[in-house]
Ligand binder design. Sequence first.
Ligand code: OOG
Ligand code: MG
Length: 251
Amino acid sequence: MSSKLAKAETLYRAIQSRKAIPRLTAEEDFSIAVGYEIQEELLKLQAGQVVGLKMGMTSKAKMLQMKIDAPIFGVLTKEMLIANRAQYSLSQLIHPRIEPEIAFLTKRELSGNPSGEEALAACESVAAALEVIDSRYEDFSFTLADVVADNCSAAGFVIGAWHPISVPVDNLGMVLKVNGSPVQFGSSAALLGDPVLSLVELVKLLAKQGKSLPAGSIVLAGAATAAVPLNIGDHVAVEVEKLGTAEIYAC
Ligand code: OOG
Ligand code: MG
């Protein structure tokens, strides 16, 4: 039996050493609630500057790919932010994947159980986004509690140009291109029917822990399609109808 801190340290060492580990629950089962406590310990060890949160498993495509069937959240730090169209070194990563996302920027605190309209009204802007995920577990093999403990595989994210929230976001076509070739097609509607509902779900998950979503948070609503491997030399772009692109050059 190891403590929550020891489990977080095991994950932290995997990040530092770029060496994947067997899923933590293989040794000792723990609840999703404990997974979130380990996630908090891991974030303390990483000592990053929190800029927002990410939702995970909010589309059928992701749930099927990862065999996990409930939305979860992780923390985004400033250190994870990659400038749009920048070169991004994969040298610190284990087995990165990339996925197409929608990002929100909030202007008002959100708490409790808001409606979709209330969540939307609390947003400043919306953007196309890419997320780089890099599970610290061998073969991306984990249970819900494991992936929560691992900060939901968070590694990096790219935000395209911000747009005023007046753009309707419930059904925007999304294409993920690798080196110019389309590899995944989706719609923002894949995210719980409307990415704003992913934001609502996040606020509800936070409320269960007695927390709220602060104003000025960046929120990734989750991948609209399955993730694809990210390799050195890849130029990856997500094109989102009305929102433009978010792009990365992996090196
Ligand atoms: C977990 C992260 C899930 C999403 O957008 O669904 C996620 C993983 O797939 O390793 O970020
Ligand atoms: Mg994601």
